[in-house]
Ligand binder design. Structure first.
Ligand SMILES: *Cc1c(COP(=O)(O)O)cnc(C)c1O
Length: 356
């Protein structure tokens, strides 16, 4: 740290992203990316980027209001255009939300690693609420809180999901608080809270193109909420970087929304692979949390999470492990293709034979 670094930030510990190795011989199951390429229309757009009519010329700044993508998203979700704000990944939208709303925030103690980082960076008093013994979010712990509430649904890295009745009761019991529902994984088996927007003006939903839409590399996220909430997010965005989303990313995101069939097919494939993989992993003696995401969270009674992570790495398989209580025993395994999961199971069998 230089002597110029702001004193108030001296305790900041930055978010640690999962490893993004350059080696190509690894089976990469560590950062919840989609194993399938983006929709054909997206690939075509990018290959023709210099001449595509759906794309603004790259010598020009992007549309500041992201109008074409906002319209496409509004149409897709059946809401009005003033209920959508887009950003450079949902991480950026989350940061804008932490800047914009309230001095206090509440989040699950085990959840997305960025929440406490943003809490620290933007000087929030962050109340971290423990999960229940089954490592689920217990809605009863979220009634009548003080400050903004941030919940990932499905939660990460655990993968469990709350039903809409639970989200509704949290919204109803916190009428004077903003409730942010981070739906990064909702397409893999949960029900979106977007349908609750008509009944609650204290709800903001955050979504991403990084997981179910195979576009992690282009950085596209968005918020859906009341026009007032969205105007606040856009006020922060225009005070920070009006061009945070580039033209190519916006055009690719809009193209992706047009191919519903490809989207549904790849999501369904990942869910089938997940359910099949979960059965086989539990046959090997692992205990898994029920997953509504594109990853599973699993532990083996006789190998720690750290050991599983290391031994798999030696066999060129990358998974994620979090060195903190109460999830030290677990590894998080992203769902790849059927072939990748087969290789993962084979390596796991070998590891169990060699070490137990
Ligand atoms: C992956 C993830 C994000 C970040 O998504 P980006 O749009 O790639 O920034 C946000 N929230 C949760 C819970 C995630 O797992």
């Amino acid at each position: 740290m230089s002597r110029f670094f702001r004193e108030g930030l001296s305790k900041l510990s930055a978010y640690t992203p999962g490893e993004q190795p350059m080696e190509t011989n690894l089976i990469k199951l560590n950062t919840n990316e989609n194993p399938y390429p983006p929709a054909p229309a997206v690939r075509e757009l990018i290959s023709k980027a210099s001449s595509a009519s759906a794309l603004r010329p790259l010598n020009r700044y992007p549309e500041p209001d992201c109008g074409a993508l906002v319209s496409a998203l509004a149409g897709y979700h059946g809401v009005s255009r003033d209920m959508i704000a887009v950003g450079n990944g949902s991480d950026e939208i989350l940061a804008f939300a932490f800047i914009a709303f309230g001095a206090k925030a509440n989040a699950p103690e085990v959840s997305y690693g960025f929440y406490p980082v943003f809490g620290e960076m933007f000087s929030k008093t962050l109340n971290q609420i423990p999960l229940n013994p089954a490592l689920e979010i217990d809605p009863a712990d979220y009634m009548g809180l003080d400050g903004t509430i941030v919940i990932a649904n499905p939660n990460a890295p655990t993968g469990t999901v709350l039903g809409l009745e639970d989200i509704s009761s949290i919204l109803g019991a916190n009428k004077s608080n903003l409730v942010i529902v981070d739906e990064a994984y909702i397409d893999f088996g949960g029900r979106s809270a977007i349908e609750l927007l008509a009944g609650y003006d204290n709800l903001m939903i955050i979504r991403t193109f990084s997981k179910s839409r195979s576009l992690a590399g282009l950085r596209i996220g968005y918020a859906v909420g009341s026009a007032d909430i969205i105007a606040d997010i856009n006020k922060i965005k225009f005070s920070f970087n009006p061009y945070s989303l580039d033209s190519l990313a916006m055009a690719a995101a809009a193209a992706s929304l047009k191919d519903e069939e490809y989207f549904e097919e790849t999501v369904r494939r990942i869910m089938n692979t997940r359910d099949d993989f979960a059965d086989k992993l539990s046959e090997l003696g692992f205990t898994l949390l029920p997953s509504a995401a594109n990853f599973v969270f699993a532990r083996h009674g006789r190998l720690s999470g750290g050991e599983c992570h290391r031994l798999l790495r030696e066999k060129n398989i990358l998974v994620r492990y979090f060195d903190k209580e109460p999830i030290k025993d677990y590894i998080r395994i992203t769902i790849g293709t059927d072939e990748e999961m087969k290789a993962m199971l084979k390596a796991t069998k070998e590891i169990l034979n060699e070490n137990i």
